[in-house]
Design a protein around this ligand. Structure first.
Ligand SMILES: N[C@@H](CCC(=O)N[C@@H](CS)C(=O)NCC(=O)O)C(=O)O
Length: 205
């Protein structure tokens, strides 16, 4: 059985949503993002970074969220969540890497500013600074999504699962996507998939 190490409060949820969408059986091995379990020698033997998620599928041990998503789509996708030709595959990598390289860090910073806020509240200056970096890149995405339903190949792919998850983080810091209607429409479509709801069954794991 496929095993995912991580938690619902981590990027492991992106992997889990893709597993649900592919209708694969899997087990969640709860590893809190911080804390002794993720730092244990046993866990570091699987993932030397000590971060989550990690995927174990038979003899394969894999970490880095997007590598895991690409593997799952290629191995089990059967034309689901992947694209058909090399040019469209390059397009999928382009959008995935654009989100990862340009938006993921500031989007995470916005979410963590709220999640890790002390009693006197989140640091709005930190949120605003990170939001301005995110915003710099949104017009490109907005323009693309005005003409395309999804990031690559005009179909739902793993790039959408990753991208929509990352772009959902600023919302937790109050970011408003109203000026970006195509992004807002895409976020609603991808984050509203039944697969996203299905992962909540691990809530009381
Ligand atoms: N690029 C990595 C990032 C992994 C990552 O930073 N995971 C977070 C949870 S979502 C984590 O484990 N943080 C704990 C730490 O930084 O020690 C991936 O996508 O897998």
């Amino acid at each position: 059985m496929i095993r995912v190490y991580g938690s619902l409060l981590s990027r492991a949820r992106i992997v889990m949503a893709v597993l649900e969408q592919l209708e694969l059986d899997y087990e969640l091995v709860e590893v809190p993002t911080l804390g002794p379990k993720s730092r244990s020698p046993e866990y570091r033997a699987l993932n030397p970074t000590g971060k989550v998620p990690t995927l174990v599928d038979g003899d394969l041990v894999l970490w880095e969220t997007q590598a895991i998503l690409f593997y799952l789509a290629r191995k089990y996708g059967e034309n689901k969540l992947w694209v058909d030709d090399i040019a469209t595959e390059a397009d999928l990598y382009r959008w995935s890497l654009f989100v990862s390289n340009q938006i993921e860090a500031p989007a995470l910073e916005m979410m963590l500013a709220v999640r890790l806020a002390k009693e006197d509240g989140a640091d709005q200056a930190v949120i605003d600074k990170a939001a301005s970096v995110v915003q710099r890149h949104l017009p490109v995405l907005e323009s693309h999504l005005q003409d395309h339903p999804y990031l690559a190949g005009n179909k739902l792919t793993v790039a959408d699962f990753h991208g929509a998850a990352v772009l959902s983080w600023p919302k937790l810091a109050g970011f408003d996507y109203t000026p970006y209607p195509a992004i807002a429409r895409w976020l609603t479509a991808v984050l509203g998939l039944p697969a996203q709801k299905a992962i909540q069954r691990w809530q009381n794991n």
